[in-house]
Design a protein around this ligand. Structure first.
Ligand SMILES: [Fe+2]
Length: 245
């Protein structure tokens, strides 16, 4: 199972449109089984930004494309447009992988929250319906702080509760974005992967626009990091270390 994980496209004033175009061509050439977008499709949640990002994401040639939203998409009542342009599939089953997208964005707030009601629903899904599946959770906000991103302000308000639910529910993989800095943490048997920004000019330090390519073989997860328009990626080659740019 090959997954392209992209995040933080940020259609708007700081969009590097060539990067978005190139990234989509690169991802199509990889022929992934699944594409997951972890939010911040737009900068301001404006209609024109949603129209532009939709035009680009429609170019992805992949049977299953899961598009989630982030805090920027919820600005200026953009949450109404999210429902129109990207009606959120909370759950997708791809082979023996269950993908669950958690909503962590709230209107006009930068910090994230999963919330008690969504957590109870998730616990039920993990322990009943998807007990024997490979469990993949996607969400916009980072659950754990990421290095090289300055003062921590916008983590998930109820991150402790969420992490406990994920560990108790034997989740295998979490994909998130938000900080525009690729990183990966291992917590017990859980792998937490953060994507960089695919196409925003708002990057940190020397980091470049990037995305992740993830290979899942039974329960083994191999994460590769790809700079947009950077060196070609061989998905069969082991890439170490993930965090080096
Ligand atoms: Fe964000």
């Amino acid at each position: 199972m090959l997954i392209a994980h992209i995040s933080d496209i940020h259609c708007g004033p700081d969009l590097e449109e060539n990067m978005l175009k190139t990234a989509i061509e690169e991802i199509n050439a990889l022929e992934p089984d699944l594409v997951i977008v972890t939010g911040d499709l737009t900068e301001n949640g404006y209609l024109s930004e949603f129209q532009l990002v939709k035009r680009y994401l429609d170019k992805l040639k992949c049977g299953t494309v899961i598009v989630g939203t982030g805090n920027h998409d919820y600005r200026h009542t953009g949450y109404l447009l999210c429902q129109k342009f990207f009606p959120r599939p909370e759950i997708a089953e791809v082979g023996d992988i269950a993908v669950i997208y958690l909503s962590s964005a709230r209107p006009d707030r930068d910090e994230g929250e999963v919330g008690r009601r969504q957590l109870l629903w998730l616990e039920n899904m993990l322990q009943q319906k998807y007990k024997d599946y490979f469990k993949l959770i996607a969400m916009h906000h980072h659950l754990i702080p990421v290095p090289d991103t300055g003062i921590e302000r916008n983590t998930v308000n109820d991150a402790g509760d969420v992490l406990r639910t994920l560990i108790m529910g034997k989740v295998n993989l979490v994909l998130c974005g938000h900080k525009h800095r690729p990183w990966m943490w291992k917590l017990e048997n859980l792998t937490i992967v953060h994507a960089g920004s695919l196409s925003s000019r708002r990057l940190r330090g020397f980091f470049k626009n990037s995305y992740n390519i993830i290979k899942i073989d039974k329960n083994h997860v191999d994460v590769k990091f790809k700079v947009v328009d950077g060196p070609k990626l061989d998905v069969n080659e082991i890439q170490k270390p993930y965090i080096q740019i």
